[in-house]
Design a protein around this ligand. Structure first.
Ligand code: ADP
Ligand code: MG
Length: 814
């Protein structure tokens, strides 16, 4: 059935050609148990590899059931191996993290057996090799002899007519080796079994044929009668060449084909889709360390894709207010900014008239507050920070509490939040509060938080009925010393509408403070000081001071300064004083008058102060807080905002407002004013940025995955050896990655939904805000993108890994 006719195998290394074996002619039949012996380097392994189809040959012809094989390409060769050859290796080549059952099962799955058949056959074969007890043991835990039994079981499972084994007992002790040979012998009744051995005595009692090789040629070829250890030499001629007389008759095709019909060859099926998924899932979970690493990588991939995508969405939303974002913090599409045509201030009849216009929800009179956030703390921020930046004055204790000295008393810092101030007009009064009541005086506030958010009951208790200090968050230094104490008289939840309106605004804060109109007017001075420019004038000398980055010199509230005075350090005074004052002796300049003039788009005010010098090294002009307060307290409103019920009708509503005699500024209009080319260019830019981010992410993940999957190379080359084709390998790999991707995606999705609906204490506010922009449809897009990246990843990996033939895989691993 298997016939070699003067077959030679040559190796050429660096131009030197050596023969693995040459002009070997042999004829094998079913039922034979053949031992090939010979000294090292005599060509035994090479011969076995050619018979196994693992190696090609250069000369002669090998026939299988009368079919010549010299014309076989590599896919024909794989087909040949699948159909006819079962391999057993000295090094077992088992999948160590699989159980005995799974190792045997794998071969059957790869050969396309269906699930129902598999179980029975596997049990049967495991019984045949005597491993019933170890059915569910991982093969890594077995002894050498037991491992080789598994390898034999695996070779049997394929139902090939030929089993070849290169030194199957080479790694075994004497007793196990004898066992294995006995087992192989019992299996050889209806198969052709060819083994290479160094230990002829061991196999002698069982074999039916002995082939000795010497220097690449057949030195001896003896046949024995079965179970007769000392049978005589039947056909061997004892010469260095097998007799050409016997083997050169050509092919008796009639005999061969009838034989072919009689015997079974291994099934030609393929790994089914369902079994691919099963194997992939099994592989996903088989090695916990690998699972964790891959999970980590896929969580990284998913969150990275999410971040790139939400960045894209952010840019897309951002474009509409890109030209205003640097001036206005709050670019909500609901907001229309109003000024009067004649530039005068707004009065009550203006408010009434505007409010009456259709689609206007409410009027925000304290327009500047829409741009502002406050630090909302139970201790003044400036106390905590001390003179420089850094938490100079905080005392940390062992139990984790942080305290500062406040009016001679040690006070624990219990809350520190970002807060925005809104008027009573902007909210519905028809609601129940969690605690307390609505504000009635200018220093009372009601705080609104998101229900189910991160502020727990303990923290709310900490706040309720206490004072909080508000300091402007618009700039750090200029508010220095200016703070407003407010009392928390009520706590409530924001309605869904309010939450949605907040999300449209570009301001981010944890707490919304509701105040009376007087209260709002009072706190509006804080962002004004923090954002306005002030001029100091002495005669014709003008020094402009203001918050960084406008100026390096700014005003600071300092209660040690007498009212009606400013204290100016020498360095500043030298810019201000008239030349005629002579030497720069600043102690001589008491009672000189300085004019402070505020310059802002809101109001314009001049106040006179007496100037006093100091030789302190400072860059700040000191002024009593009450003076500063009075200077900046807005009395008139020259700019207000009208908030729309629906921004969809902003064009119509703005037309109505303008008809009523006001100028409007709509921050989101700029996008519409862009030309088509500008829009297209910006759109293309966004997509380019997105693609670059995703590509970088993909390659990072690809290389990490490749490193992790390197540990699987042995697995996949074994699968190739067992008859798994490229498709089976890449399918299994894909299934494994898909399983892990889905676990990672569900984990990420859970986290995202948690953050979206419950908020987060740990994640940065920016991230939390991005999450809120993500809509259900975006999750679908996100899923598709990450899925596509996973497919691409699997495809790239597969095309690099599995292109090689089974033989190359074998050479690399064995
Ligand atoms: P054995 O298994 O009997 O010890 P081999 O079949 O491994 O012998 O080797 C037979 C001859 O072929 C030796 O001379 C060896 O050097 C040569 N040979 C085997 N494999 C290769 C190879 N991959 N490249 C070059 N020469 C090889
Ligand atoms: Mg060898």
């Amino acid at each position: 059935m298997l016939k070699l006719d003067r077959v030679s195998k040559f190796y050429s290394t660096n131009g030197v050609v050596t023969a693995g074996f040459s002009k070997v002619s042999l004829d094998f039949e079913l039922g034979e148990f053949v031992a090939i012996t010979g000294e090292s380097g005599s060509g035994k392994s090479t011969l076995l590899n050619v018979i196994s189809g693992l190696d090609s040959y250069e000369e002669g012809e090998m026939y299988i059931f009368g079919q010549p094989t010299s014309g076989y390409g590599s896919s024909d060769m794989e087909e040949y191996r699948k159909r006819y050859i079962g391999n057993i290796f000295q090094t077992f080549n088992l999948i160590n993290h699989y159980t005995v059952y799974e190792n045997v099962e794998l071969v059957l799955l790869l050969a396309g057996y269906d699930a129902a058949e598999v179980r029975e056959r596997v049990e049967d074969i495991i019984h045949k090799v005597g491993l019933d007890e170890y059915r569910n043991t991982k093969t890594s835990k077995l002894s050498g002899g037991q491992k080789q039994r598994v390898a034999i079981a695996r070779a049997l499972a394929k139902e090939t007519p030929i089993i070849v084994a290169d030194e199957p007992t080479g790694n075994l002790d004497v007793a196990s080796a004898a066992d294995i040979i006995k087992l192989l012998s019992s299996l050889s009744k209806d198969k052709l079994i060819i083994i290479v051995t160094h230990n002829y005595e061991q196999v002698e009692p069982y074999i039916t044929r002995k082939i000795s090789m010497h220097d690449g040629r057949i030195a001896e070829d003896k046949r024995f009668a079965r179970s007769d250890a000392n049978a005589e030499n039947i056909t061997g001629d004892g010469g260095f060449n097998a007799s050409p007389g016997i083997y050169s008759e050509g092919v008796n095709s009639e005999k061969e084909s009838s034989e072919k019909n009689r015997i079974k060859v291994a099934r030609q099926g393929k790994l089914s889709k369902g079994n691919t998924l099963c194997l992939g899932t099994r592989n996903a979970f088989s090695l916990p360390a690998k699972l964790l690493l891959l999970l980590f990588v896929f969580i990284f991939l998913t969150t990275g894709t999410f971040a790139s995508y939400s960045n894209y969405i952010g840019m897309k939303n951002g474009i509409s207010n890109s030209s205003w974002g640097y001036i206005f913090n709050n670019t909500s599409p609901d907001r229309v900014i109003l000024t009067k045509e004649d530039g005068s201030s707004f009065n009550d009849s203006d408010y009434e008239r505007i409010k009456a216009i259709e689609n206007i929800n409410y009027v925000e009179k304290n327009d500047l507050l829409m741009e502002s956030n406050f630090e909302f703390t139970n201790v003044p921020k400036s106390l905590v920070y001390g003179s420089d930046s850094g938490f100079d004055n905080v005392m940390y204790s062992d139990d984790g509490t942080e305290t500062v000295m406040l009016d001679g008393e040690e006070v624990e810092i219990t809350f520190w939040e970002q807060a925005a101030a809104i008027s009573m007009d902007s909210m519905s009064k028809d609601r129940e509060l969690v605690k307390g009541r609505f504000p009635e005086s200018k220093e009372e506030v009601l705080i609104l938080i998101e229900e189910g958010g991160f502020l727990d009951d303990n923290r709310l208790d900490d706040m309720f009925n206490k004072y909080a200090y508000l300091e402007s968050n618009n700039a750090d230094f200029p508010s220095d010393g200016m703070r407003v104490p407010v009392k928390i008289v009520g706590i409530g939840y924001s309605t869904e509408e309010e939450v949605n309106a907040r999300r449209k605004s570009t301001m981010w804060h944890n707490i919304t403070m509701v105040m009376t109109q007087e209260g709002l007017d009072r706190v509006e001075a804080l962002p004004l000081v923090a954002t306005c420019i002030t001029e100091l004038r002495v005669g014709s000398n003008i020094l402009t001071v203001g918050p960084p980055p406008w100026s390096d010199i700014w005003l600071v509230a300092d209660s040690s300064v007498e009212r009606g005075k400013v204290i100016v350090p020498q360095f500043i005074a030298s810019f201000l004083l008239p030349e005629s004052s002579g030497a720069m002796d600043i102690f001589n300049i008491t009672n000189m008058s300085v004019e402070l003039r505020t310059r802002s788009k809101y109001f314009d005010r001049k106040v006179n102060f007496n100037i006093e010098g100091t030789d302190e090294i400072d860059t700040r002009v000191h002024i009593h807080p009450d003076d500063l307060w009075e200077m900046y307290m807005p009395s008139e409103k020259y700019q207000i905002s009208a908030m729309l019920k629906s921004d969809l009708y902003n064009v119509e509503t703005r037309a109505l407002i303008e008809e009523a005699g006001y100028k409007t500024l709509y921050l989101n209009e700029t996008a519409d004013k862009q030309s088509a080319i500008e829009k297209a260019l910006m759109g293309a830019m966004r997509i380019i940025v997105l693609v670059i981010l995703l590509a970088v992410l993909f390659f990072v993940v690809y290389f990490i995955t490749k490193l992790i999957m390197k540990s699987q190379n042995v697995y996949y080359s074994t699968v190739r050896m067992l008859g798994g084709d490229e498709k089976a390998c890449s399918g299994t790999l894909l299934a494994e990655l898909l399983v892990i991707f889905h676990i990672a995606f569900v984990l990420c999705l859970g986290l995202l939904l948690k953050v979206k609906f419950l908020g987060s204490n740990i994640l940065p506010a920016y991230f939390v805000r991005l999450v809120r922009y993500i809509e259900p449809w975006d999750y679908v897009i996100l899923y598709i993108v990450v899925l596509a990246m996973t497919l691409l990843l699997a495809y790239r990996y597969s095309s690099q890994m599995f292109k090689k033939t089974a033989m190359n895989a074998y050479r690399e691993e064995v």
